[in-house]
Design a protein around this ligand. Structure first.
Ligand code: NDP
Length: 283
């Protein structure tokens, strides 16, 4: 079997066009243009690329991007004060603080300071909790973007066995909740999981979010499975690789998302979708 490609780049571009049409419709109706504040601390090269892509997507979708590029030495108190100010600013619908943050800043304190209705990353415990009780509001961008990729396969998700490799707060755990909401039976694997290949071999849907290049091998994958690769790993030669061994996985999977060009663009498009949704709620 040769897997069909889940072309996240093309699907995300179509989503951005849809958002653009909705933003244009708002303008026609005399409504406010949605605004996204993007905060970047320091000059980490990967973070700078992610932030650049997010600002570019704002431009394409017509959402106003408000940039706050701060030095890496910014104190936590100053960052929290900026978040407080953006929380109160009616022209700002969404606030994004690009991770990773410098070591002197506590990620969770920052996430919890963002007002849940402006938490367009969908990381705040309130928004994760809403998803957990099947009443989603703003949904974590990467897992929600994955659900849209899965939709495009046209396959029924309900009843399928999904195996998520990775259990982080921002990726693996909300991914579990999204798949559960879609009616999948979900297994979540982490660093203490025994016999990972045997777990993956049971999956109709494999979602890899570990951060280890090509760790999930093609021979682990059940023939005909859908394989979603969330991992983004920079190799020594500067190229990018996912968490799945793409070449061998293509021989067994029915569908597979590539890296780059799979989940990454979906994450960005979902961020814009969330910003538009936040603006609609703020109306
Ligand atoms: P974290 O490092 O926060 O979490 C990694 C998870 O993998 C942990 O739950 C860890 O387990 C688990 N893990 C580590 N080693 C193993 C192992 N040998 N077997 C099974 N599980 C293991 O990473 P993130 O969740 O933040 O990110 C994961 C990947 O996704 C990264 O490559 C990141 O760059 C990428 N990413 C991509 C995005 C996109 O838009 N495409 C967005 C966000 C992230 P434990 O909990 O036990 O420590």
């Amino acid at each position: 079997m040769t897997a069909r490609l889940l072309d996240g780049k093309a699907i995300a571009a179509a989503l951005i066009q849809e958002i653009r049409a909705e933003v244009d419709a708002r303008i026609t109706l005399g409504q406010r243009i949605p605004g996204l504040a993007v905060i970047l601390l320091g000059h980490d090269p990967a973070s700078s690329i992610y932030v650049h892509n997010k600002r570019l997507a704002c431009e394409k979708s017509g959402v106003i991007s408000i940039s706050h590029d701060l030095p890496a030495t910014t104190s936590q108190a100053d960052l929290l004060a900026l978040i407080d100010q953006l929380n109160e600013d009616p022209s700002v619908d969404g606030i994004l603080v690009q991770a990773p943050l410098p070591a002197h800043i506590d990620d969770e304190t920052v996430i919890e300071r963002i007002r849940p209705d402006k938490d367009v990353d969908g990381f705040h415990p309130y928004n994760i909790g809403r998803l957990a009780v099947r009443k989603p509001t703003l949904r974590s961008c990467t897992p929600y973007g994955v659900m849209r990729l899965l939709e495009t396969t046209g396959e029924t998700l309900r009843g399928k066995h999904a195996v998520v490799v990775g259990a982080s707060n921002h990726v693996g755990r909300p991914m579990l909740l999204e798949l559960l909401l879609a009616g999948c039976t979900v297994t979540v694997c982490h660093s203490a999981t025994r016999d990972l290949p045997a777990q993956v071999a049971q999956a109709d849907i494999v979602v890899a979010a570990v951060g280890r290049p090509r760790m999930v091998k093609g021979e682990w994958i059940k023939a005909g499975a859908i394989v979603i690769d969330i991992g983004i790993n920079r190799l020594e030669d500067g190229s990018l690789a996912g968490d799945v061994d793409f070449v061998t996985a293509c021989e067994r999977a029915a569908w597979i998302s590539p890296v780059p060009g799979g989940v990454g663009p979906m994450t960005v498009a979902t961020l814009l979708r969330n910003t538009l949704e936040a603006a609609t709620r703020h109306d």
